[in-house]
Design a protein around this ligand. Sequence first.
Ligand SMILES: Cc1ncc(COP(=O)(O)O)c(C=O)c1O
Length: 299
Amino acid sequence: MDGLPRERELPFGSNSVQHGTAVFEGIRMYAAPAGPALFRLDAHLQRLLDSAALLGIPHAYDLDALRRHVRDAAAGSGLDSAYVRPVLYTREARLGVNLQDFRFTLGTEIWALPADDTPPRPLRVTVSPWCRPSRSSFAVRAKATGTYVVSALARTRAAADGFDDAVQLDPDSGRVAESTIANVFLVRDGRLVTPWLEDSVLAGITRDTVLTLAGDLGIETSEAPVLPGDLLAADEVFLTGTASGLVPVAGLDTRTYPAVRPVTDALGRAYRRAVLGDGPHRPSWLTPVSRPTPSTSRL
Ligand SMILES: Cc1ncc(COP(=O)(O)O)c(C=O)c1O
């Protein structure tokens, strides 16, 4: 069965290890008042299926099977607040790059992530010399293991230069795409803008959540082309991603943003409520995970 400890030990020669041929998701399990719940599980699992389809990865899972696997793994972890990572990978230790030649299977890694109510520390970011992959050289909507080397390049360089993270540009348009592991938003004159999906941007689930919450709050939103200069001229900038939620940006290169961030703070509060099931989207956004019992432990 997938998910058992021996299945999660990958042969060193596995094509997924050697070539980065795997697709994955990062999902948060939150300790909601009604019990542990996975936030926007189906949206993540649909993106996993889409990533596999974009890369031509053969597998035997449908949405129901993925949902069962991830819920079981989450319940069996014995945790109620965690980062849950299902990965479609191949154990086959053969050379070759035709993915149709390999059998892909699902495994789920889970890290404990204790609940933390403190708002995240604002980050100092830089515009990276390393761009996102071009749309003409990669299926940029796919969340694929191998492409994270691009994020690693940009983040490692940013850290060496004294920054917390980097904003990366679309190589073809020169416009802002996203940060190394998150989407980017800016606020100008009370309006919220995020780079459109025409550029090399992962369609983040948190991005979508924040656009929805902004609509609920009556904040005007747009998905639009964003130039580096637009970021510099913004009143507020923040990043969004499943792992860290909504994180304010303190400064971009030489630009320091005002320490008062009304839109970022309002959305941050709305997001922290939404992930705990407090708000109008609860029925579709939270998938309950049955309370763990020792007999269901699979980690
Ligand atoms: C490159 C990149 N962009 C954006 C995101 C944000 O996506 P999501 O909100 O679905 O976590 C991630 C998250 O891992 C990412 O790696």
